[in-house]
Ligand binder design. Structure first.
Ligand SMILES: *Cc1c(COP(=O)(O)O)cnc(C)c1O
Length: 365
C-alpha cells in the first residue's frame, strides 16, 4: 500500500465562486474579490488588517522589509525550513540561529536570550508542521527587549499557541496558501497585523510602491481568481483541522511502541496537524534513519526524507552562519512525520500501525 502523503482540497461548488469572479471581469489584484477575501481573513483571525499576496515567500519578504530587516540580523530557529530562511537573505539581512527546546520546536529561552544584541532587528518564528513554538516566556522576552516578532505561520492556519491563534501573536503574521497548505489557492499568501503603519508600508511594497515613484515596491499582488478560491475554501478550514486532529489521535492511540511519542505540545496550545510529528525517543539518529527509510520502502513516507530535513545551518546556502544548536541537531535527527490529512482512512491507519510494529525493532539496540 502507498499511503497518500499529498492532499489536494477540492469542492464541487468552488467552480461557482470562480465563475462569479470571472463574471466580474476584473481579475487583477485590485479587484473587489481581493477586498472580500481580505475581509474574510480579518474576520477569521480577528486582526485589524489582512493583506492578500501572491505567495507566502512574498509575505515574509514584505514583513521583513517593512520592519527594517534589510541589513543586520534576524533571530530564527535552527529548525526553520528553507522557505522560512530564504526571505531573510532576500530582504538583505542574515540569520542568527537560535536553538529549540529538547522535545519541541519552542525557542530555547536561555539561548534566545543569549543571542539578543544590538545587531538584531527582528525575530522570525515558524510553527513547523503546524506545531506551536511560542510558549514559555518567549513573547515576554521579545517584548521586554523590544524585538519585533514576525510569525511564519505558513504551515499553521488555525494552530493555537497558548495565548492565541498562530499568526496573531507578533507584529506581523505571514501565511502561505500554496497547494500543500491547509488553505490552498494554488499559489498565494497573506499577512495579518494590527498595525496601521506597517499595513500602509506593506501595501506599498506589494503593489510597486503604489507607483508614486517615491517609494520602492515589488509586485506581490494576488489575483481575483485565487482570492475567490481562498474566500470559498476558508469555510472548510475548521472542518479540516478537526478531521486532521481526530485522525492524529486515532493514529497515536493505534500505535503502541514505548519510544514512539508525539512531539510535546505546550499547555493550552494545539497543533493544526499539517502533519503529525512523532519523536523516536531514546533512539540514535542512525536508528531513527533506518526506521524512517524502512517505512518509506513500505509506502509510508516521511517529510524528513522528502525535504531532506536538517538543522538550517547544514544547508550549504546557510552554512556560513553556522551556530551549533545541540537540541535542534538531536531533535531533527530523531523525529518523523505522518500524513493525517482528510483522505487518510482507517485502513491507512491500520496499515501504518502494522508497518510501525513490523519495524519497531530497528529503534532498539
Ligand atoms: C510554504 C512555506 C513558505 C513559503 O510559502 P510559498 O507560498 O510557497 O511562497 C514559507 N514558510 C514555510 C514554513 C512554508 O511551509
Amino acid at each position: 500500500m502507498q499511503v497518500p502523503d499529498k492532499y489536494l482540497f477540492s469542492h464541487p461548488s468552488e467552480i461557482d465562486a470562480l465563475r462569479e469572479a470571472l463574471a466580474g471581469r476584473w481579475l487583477s489584484g485590485t479587484a473587489q474579490a481581493v477586498d472580500r477575501y481580505e475581509l474574510a481573513l480579518r474576520t477569521l483571525f480577528g486582526s485589524r488588517h489582512a493583506i492578500a499576496m501572491s505567495s507566502g515567500s512574498g509575505a515574509l519578504h514584505c514583513a521583513l522589509h517593512a520592519l527594517g530587516a534589510t541589513t543586520k540580523k534576524v533571530l530564527v530557529s535552527a529548525v526553520a525550513p528553507i522557505p522560512t530562511l530564504l526571505p531573510i537573505i532576500t530582504a538583505g539581512a542574515t540569520p542568527l540561529f537560535v536553538d529549540c527546546e529538547k522535545d519541541n520546536f519552542n525557542f530555547d529561552l536561555e539561548d534566545l536570550s543569549r543571542c539578543i544584541n544590538d545587531d538584531v532587528v527582528a525575530c522570525l518564528s515558524v510553527q513547523l508542521w503546524g506545531y506551536p513554538c511560542l510558549s514559555n516566556g518567549i513573547l515576554e522576552l521579545l517584548q521586554e527587549q523590544s524585538i519585533p516578532l514576525i510569525e511564519d505561520a505558513a504551515h499553521a492556519h488555525l494552530t493555537r499557541e497558548a495565548t492565541g491563534l498562530a499568526g496573531t501573536l507578533g507584529r506581523i503574521g505571514c501565511f502561505s496558501t500554496h497547494d500543500r497548505k491547509l488553505l490552498a489557492t494554488g499559489e498565494g499568501g497573506f499577512c495579518i497585523t494590527n498595525d496601521d503603519c506597517l499595513t500602509e508600508q506593506i501595501r506599498r511594497l506589494v503593489a510597486l510602491g503604489l507607483m508614486d515613484g517615491v517609494h520602492h515596491g515589488f509586485n506581490y499582488k494576488l489575483s481575483a481568481l485565487q482570492a475567490s478560491l481562498g474566500t470559498f475554501r476558508l469555510q472548510w478550514l475548521d472542518w479540516q483541522v478537526k478531521k486532521r486532529t481526530a485522525t492524529a489521535q486515532k493514529l497515536m492511540s493505534a500505535i503502541d511502541a514505548p519510544n514512539f511519542m508525539e512531539l510535546s505540545i505546550p499547555a493550552n496550545a494545539q497543533p493544526n496537524y499539517y502533519n503529525l510529528v512523532v519523536r523516536l525517543a531514546g533512539t540514535s539518529s542512525r536508528q531513527a534513519r533506518a526506521f524512517i527509510e524502512a517505512l518509506e520502502l513500505e509506502g509510508v513516507s516521511s517529510n524528513i526524507l522528502r525535504y531532506n530535513v536538517r538543522p538550517a545551518y547544514e544547508y550549504p546556502l546557510f552554512a556560513k552562519w553556522q551556530r551549533r544548536c545541540p537540541n535542534a541537531e538531536a531533535l531533527m535527527s530523531t523525529i518523523t512525520t505522518f500524513p493525517v490529512h482528510p483522505e487518510i482512512t482507517d485502513d491507512h491507519i491500520a496499515y501504518i500501525e502494522q508497518q510501525v510494529s513490523a519495524h519497531r525493532h530497528l529503534l532498539v539496540d
